[in-house]
Design a protein around this ligand. Structure first.
Ligand code: NI
Length: 227
């Protein structure tokens, strides 16, 4: 599952958040590194405790939980509190894989990372470099989305952030554990749900076949989800 989801935040919301975050106190990005990735990571992050960080976390979490495409694609069980990173002046995060298990100190939560996400808070024309490059079986691709858009990608992938050579790239990133651990099963459920939504818009929710497909979708989730 590799999916670009538009408008998690509106462009205006994303840029307003970026302006707030920009003025906060940033620290070395290696505070959240797994043991394997510290050596290739050169960027800055926002400490989790700050008021600005927490307000932005709350706004993004609320937006995620109201976004039908995100919920359908990710089937989130536990979302790690969103973090924020910043790359400028040649900063980069070299090729790595995200840690399989993440511990969240403040809450004591422990999650298996199934999906990783980057929510872009900077317009692409405001910086050079800074693409998120992801290796997949279908080939390696680079992503640089508009402010407010989010890329959801498998935490199992090798990926990197290309060096930023002009301007600054500020983004939100997080990991999540899905209710459905198997990526193939999760993708089938997503395909089915998208089809049900399309059919439902055409025929109405009360249509007999739409109801039947909705029932099948939920019964499949019952079978495959680990709550
Ligand atoms: Ni990563």
């Amino acid at each position: 599952m590799l999916l670009a989801i538009p408008d998690i935040l509106s462009r205006e919301q994303a840029l307003a958040m970026r302006a707030e975050l920009e003025a906060a106190d940033w620290v070395d990005g290696n505070v959240t590194s797994g043991s394997g990735s510290a050596s290739v990571k050169r960027n800055r992050q926002l400490p989790e405790q700050g008021a600005v960080t927490q307000a932005a976390q709350a706004q993004i979490t609320e937006a995620l939980m109201a976004n039908a495409a995100f919920l359908s694609a990710a089937l989130p069980h536990t979302v790690f509190p969103p973090l924020f990173n910043r790359y400028g002046g040649g900063e980069t995060f070299g090729l790595h894989v995200d840690n399989s298990i993440r511990f969240h100190g403040p809450s004591g939560a422990r999650i298996r990372t199934d999906l990783s996400a980057t929510l872009f808070l900077t317009d692409p024309e405001d910086y050079d470099g800074g693409e998120l490059e992801i290796e997949a079986h279908s080939g390696t691709k680079r992503y640089k989305l508009p402010a407010g858009h989010m890329l959801l990608y498998p935490s199992t992938s090798l990926h990197q952030v290309i060096s930023v050579t002009r301007g600054e790239r500020i983004s939100c990133f997080f990991w999540l554990q899905s209710l459905v651990a198997d990526p193939g099963e999760r993708e089938l459920l997503f395909d089915l749900d998208q089809t049900v939504q399309t059919l439902s818009a055409e025929r109405g929710k009360a249509d007999r076949e739409v109801l039947r497909l909705t029932q099948i979708y939920h019964n499949l989730v019952r079978k495959l989800a680990q709550v």
